[in-house]
Design a protein around this ligand. Sequence first.
Ligand code: NAD
Length: 328
Amino acid sequence: MKIAFFSTQKYDRDFFLKENDRFNFDLVFFEVHLKLDTLELAKGYEVICVFVNDKIDQAMLKELQRNGTKLIALRCAGFNNIDIKAAKELGIQVVRVPAYSPYAVAEHTLALILTLNRKIHKAYNRVRESNFSLDGLLGFDLYGKKAGIIGTGKIGKLVAKILSGFGCEILLYDPFPDAHLECGKYYDLKTLLNDSDIISIHCPLNDKTKHLISKESIALMKEGVMIINTSRGAIINTKDVIKGLKSGKIGYLGLDVYEEEEELFFEDRSETIVQDDVLMRLISFPNVIVTAHQAFFTQNAMRNIAVTTLKNIKDFEENKELSNLVLP
Ligand code: NAD
């Protein structure tokens, strides 16, 4: 079976080719995103494999169906980039990789928290220039701080456990609380926003969570709060967050995802003039760290992504039940 891969980088090709030894599919890799003007490339492929920034709406799904596509294999956990309802109506099945390494994302979340707090990014550059001064590097003890976790699924749960290991008091919010999670206590969202020193976001992006962090919710937060988002960019209203940073209300911001990341992230743009003024303003703050959607990027996660994706496709080929099917 031939599979067309979109938005691929060298590391995708390396991991998929290695794992494909066991599956023997015919893998065809495209570097471009799947979008209206690249749809032609998907023609004749029963299975296509896409990533987080391949946005597939109803019109594109209709065209894919006309072109013979029957399965879209997401090589990621989130599925907010595909119109799942339209896909189902058109008879196109969508599968994903629900968990490849929640540890990878949880640990990156901690990397952002620790770097922002102890200003490792500044210290690294300073010492390289023989500047051994500590001015401006003052941090705070995580021990005893209140950490609010929004979304206590696979990743949020791990972040809660790790932070509780640091001695933080853990405040949890999730419309579907996990009764077995013992390292923290559930509160309503308002209380979490009011009381937390650190707020870390781990819920999916959907109609309810889009711009969950906006000027209204920021107004409820503590002065100097730390906000971390490794979930999806549009959960944060970036312009409101910039206002919060300028006023000092937000003391630290760590982002692995960005509302408008689609045309920028995963590519080397260092030789171009980036036109996104909002992102450029964001990265100009000394108390902001942006990483380019790399939280998932560990060897373990990449291997698991490749194996699960190929297994999903094998199950489809063999007409088996699709255990990782995405339903509306
Ligand atoms: P999960 O499905 O295991 O958990 C999500 C949790 O969010 C669930 O417990 C759900 O009940 C909760 N939730 C739903 N609506 C909510 C709301 N309105 N408010 C608060 N909580 C809500 O997902 P996961 O594997 O823990 O992943 C979390 C998110 O992390 C994903 O949705 C994905 O967008 C993102 N992610 C990012 C990366 C990365 O590389 N940066 C990698 C993997 C996943």
